[in-house]
Design a protein around this ligand. Sequence first.
Ligand code: ADP
Length: 454
Amino acid sequence: MWFTLKRTLKDERYQTLSRRMDRLQQVLAKSAGEDEDDRTREFTEFARATGNGLAEVYRVNGQRAFPSPSAAAAAFKWPDVQRIGSERFQHVTSGGQPYWVLLRPDSLNGESLVLFAAAPESGNLVILDSFLKGLLAAAPILLLVSSAGGYLLSRKALTPVDKITAATRSISIRNLSERIPVTNSRDELQRLAETCNAMLGRLESAVLQIKQFTADASHELRGPLSFTRTVSEVALRNPKLDAQSRAAFEDIVVESAKASELLEGMLTLARADSYSLDAPLEQVDLADVVEEACGMARPLASERSLTLLINTSLASPAIVLGDFSSLRRLLWILLDNALKYTNTPGSVEVSLRVTGAKAVLSVSDNGIGIAEADLPRIFDRFYRADPSRSQVEGSGLGLAIAKWIAELHHAELTVASAEHMGATFRVAFQLDDSPSDGQRDRASVRDGLVRAKP
Ligand code: ADP
């Protein structure tokens, strides 16, 4: 903009000087027939009337054709006069000031002349200077305004991308049927959302097939396995069985029991994936759950010479909404682990506390504990922490099932442990404060839990 203005101002100066030169030529041409004095007077009048007297007429030998029309013209540093073929427009400095000078060849009564006219450039420089200052002052403001505008525009343009990102992040294997909201904008974002949704659709059907396969395979294997076990148990009842065969059948019974347990866990989890986490069903007193699960655990504890401590002294009842047998199973998994991973002589403590609106069920042991590196993974399916530390049998599915049951009850299952320092598993439930549980419609969740039970 500054350079364009500079060029425009220069052009404008040229036009002005060129018009003045045209008129000077007309004045000289008109005065061709007049005598010298009249011609000089007319030139001087013209030069003084236009352009502050900054005009001269030189002969090609370098002498003035007329006396200088003004003191300014006399003192002016005019360029050297040469025989010039064509007009010239040039920049000169005179008296420390910048000027534009136009030189134009002409002739009068057969004599070659060079006409000069000058105009100061200082006015242009003032304009250019203030324009530059204005530009420099406005630039930061313009920059700020355009940055803010750009930021707001890009925010507006990227909001749908944020929405797609948030929606994509919230989708996991548990809610694969959800889809990203599609706007009707007919642009790249709409295509992106539709492409993501199509991909989710393909993933959902692939995952469903895998789940179905796991569930079907677990289910189909149950029959032959229980058949093998039953046949072995029947064979073991034969008193004539030789010692070697007896040992073999006993091994078959033990191993098929383990395989059944594993299949049962896989079947539970395969089914678990397809159930939603809705509100649980009926009012359950957690003290009853503790009593039943501990009743099952007691013989195991005494078999392993471990002390089982139960601490359920409660100021108010720990009533939660849930499914009794699922909750018993959850506590049983934690108890079974505590008893499995605690060496003799050790102790396992089950405690139930009510704090505020929560009921906290915890199982602590002083067993082998869990290394820090394993802690984040023990709730994963089939994950078993460093099996070389213990020769305990297991499938690695127990805690995954426990976690699922806790989630179904909107409870939080956490663990605190360190290697060789024992472990404490806590399940924090929301207490149920409703008067009765008969009014609720919980059919879908009940279905989920009942169908998921082995
Ligand atoms: P598993 O059938 O192996 O017991 P789980 O899913 O119940 O499978 O537990 C996963 C792993 O977590 C176990 O293999 C064990 O390493 C660790 N673990 C669970 N409970 C305890 C505990 N009370 N003390 C020490 N380690 C435990």
